[in-house]
Design a protein around this ligand. Structure first.
Ligand SMILES: Cc1cc2nc3c(=O)[nH]c(=O)nc-3n(C[C@H](O)[C@H](O)[C@H](O)COP(=O)(O)OP(=O)(O)OC[C@H]3O[C@@H](n4cnc5c(N)ncnc54)[C@H](O)[C@@H]3O)c2cc1C
Length: 278
């Protein structure tokens, strides 16, 4: 199919882009286009105005401040995957991005596109929750606002982003002493996850002192599971808690019971790894 008719703009400044989103109700940001363009071709998305973000200066920056690693919304998956600051400060992202799609898609797809699309199977939203990241949004009317990643993902393809807002960047706390674990099950390498698990663990004196985790592909949106995290830290059977806590998605390819089984399997592997490393 071909897309419905749409207008196209390529603003050169952030202010111009935010003005367009404020003025035109049906305006939609375009980042890497890896999801939006196919959705337009299938007429699942019908923006009246496509606001191309690709000429906005600095929106792809990756930089560290004393407290956080900042990754601009327009940073391509390939750039994040290969960046030395990401390897040093947020290696969880590199582990997960190896599982995201294929090189051609990683060359165009962006951090902001993945987070704003909020596909339940996408790896990066779960990583942002496990990393305790903060997402920085901006609008012409209200300026910048900051939303914790754990509050950003609201359900199936749903986020806390308002229609007139752009995601500017993710800020990830620099956290020496924390180490990452990521694993997923997919039908083929590069497919979206049927189930995946992102974990950050901090060890002290030979034991796990703190832990954050989030699944992808299992529920409608990634979230922290404090009871499960506590059980892992205390060495209890955390996987046994999952049936009472998770509301797994079901599909013909992967029924809910299968996703729950995979979630338990991944959690047991992550737990073994965390305790062995400690
Ligand atoms: C064959 C294929 C396989 C894939 N496999 C995976 C996979 O395994 N795992 C995975 O996670 N992803 C996968 N993807 C998705 C891909 O990784 C991209 O992350 C995803 O398409 C979105 O990024 P994008 O930059 O292309 O966003 P776009 O398609 O341009 O936009 C996506 C949505 O985000 C909005 N948006 C984009 N940027 C902003 C912003 N800064 N502020 C506000 N809104 C914004 C757009 O308006 C749109 O609604 C796959 C894609 C394809 C085509």
């Amino acid at each position: 199919m071909t897309p419905a008719r749409f207008a196209y703009a390529r603003p050169a400044t952030l202010d111009a882009a935010l003005d367009m989103l404020a003025r035109e109700e049906e305006a939609t940001p375009l980042a890497g286009g890896q999801s939006l363009v196919p959705m337009m071709a299938m007429r699942v998305a019908r923006p009246a105005l496509l606001v191309d973000l690709n000429a906005l200066p600095g929106l792809d920056a990756i930089e560290a401040t004393p407290g956080v690693l900042r990754i601009g919304a327009l940073a391509r998956h390939a750039a994040v995957l290969d960046h030395e600051l990401v390897a040093a400060e947020a290696p969880l992202l590199a582990l997960a991005l190896r599982e995201v799609a294929h090189p051609a898609i990683r060359n165009r797809g962006t951090l902001g596109g993945s987070l704003c699309l909020a596909d339940p199977a996408a790896e990066l939203p779960a990583c942002m929750v496990a990393l305790d990241a903060t997402l920085v949004l901006a609008s012409a009317a209200r300026g910048e606002r900051r939303v914790a990643a754990r509050d950003f993902f609201a359900g199936l393809y749903a986020t806390a982003r308002r229609a007139d807002e752009l995601l500017l960047r993710a800020e990830i706390p620099r956290a020496p002493g924390w180490s990452p674990w990521f694993e997923e099950v997919a039908r083929r390498r590069g497919d979206y996850a049927i189930a995946g698990l992102a974990v950050m663990a901090r060890r002290e004196a030979g034991r796990i002192a703190a832990l954050r985790l989030a699944f992808c592909g299992v529920e409608a949106a990634p979230r922290r599971l404090p009871e499960v995290e506590a059980a892992v830290i205390e060495g209890r059977d955390a996987a046994a808690l999952l049936p009472g806590l998770l509301a797994p998605l079901g599909s013909a390819e992967a029924p809910a019971a299968y996703r729950l089984h995979l979630a338990q399997l991944l959690l047991r592997r992550a737990t073994e790894h965390a305790h062995a490393a400690a």
